[in-house]
Design a binder for this molecule. Structure first.
Ligand SMILES: Nc1nc2c(c(=O)[nH]1)N=C([C@H](O)[C@H](O)COP(=O)(O)OP(=O)(O)OP(=O)(O)O)CN2
Length: 164
């Protein structure tokens, strides 16, 4: 890709990494020396997320742009507005049904159901797939590619999704 542009979005959301288990699995050997760690991310908690979407193209439009940043913003606007101040929850999470009932009963909990454990990695893929589909529907995929999506969960932790 000759050109790449990046648009940054910020949103607040809660989630819970219900699959977190620090006692086994990939990398657990680095943690075992600390004793039994707490799986703190299984708790309901929130983040000020920063999302970076990178679009690329080998050509510029008649306006000398990969795509106007304004259009990039609008392609994701509805999704960002929906996920902002929501609680992202996996429909396979054992507490999903009860949380859904609480949300319906009190109306003070906006849930954003997904069908994966909402890690930074999985959410980065979610945004990537969403934006790629938008470009596809607009007939733009031949000219413009989603190069990658970066999702910052905290100031020290981010995930990147760049499948191609
Ligand atoms: N590979 C991943 N690991 C973890 C994820 C994730 O999405 N992908 N998520 C979490 C939690 O959601 C957590 O909130 C963030 O974890 P962590 O970076 O450990 O947070 P800290 O604030 O404790 O980090 P510091 O090292 O203190 O900056 C857990 N793991």
């Amino acid at each position: 890709m000759k050109w790449q542009i990046t648009k940054v979005f910020n949103f607040e959301a809660g989630h819970r990494v219900w699959k977190q288990n620090l006692t086994y699995g990939r990398g657990a050997q680095f943690t075992q020396k600390e004793g039994v760690p707490q799986n703190k991310c299984v708790n309901l908690h929130g983040h000020s997320y920063t999302l970076e979407v990178v679009l690329g193209s080998d050509t510029l439009s008649e306006q000398d742009m990969v795509m106007d940043f304004y259009h990039v913003k609008n392609a994701l606007k509805d999704l960002i507005d929906t996920i902002d101040h929501s609680f992202i929850i996996d429909i396979n999470d054992p507490i999903y049904q009860e949380l859904k009932e609480v949300a319906e009963k009190y109306g003070a909990l906006k849930i954003f159901p997904v069908d994966f454990c909402p890690t930074a990695e999985a959410l980065a893929k979610y945004f990537y797939d969403f934006l790629k589909k938008k470009l596809q529907e607009a007939g733009l995929l031949g000219e413009v590619r989603v190069v990658k999506v970066v999702l910052w969960e905290t100031k020290t932790s981010k995930a990147e999704y760049m499948p191609e």
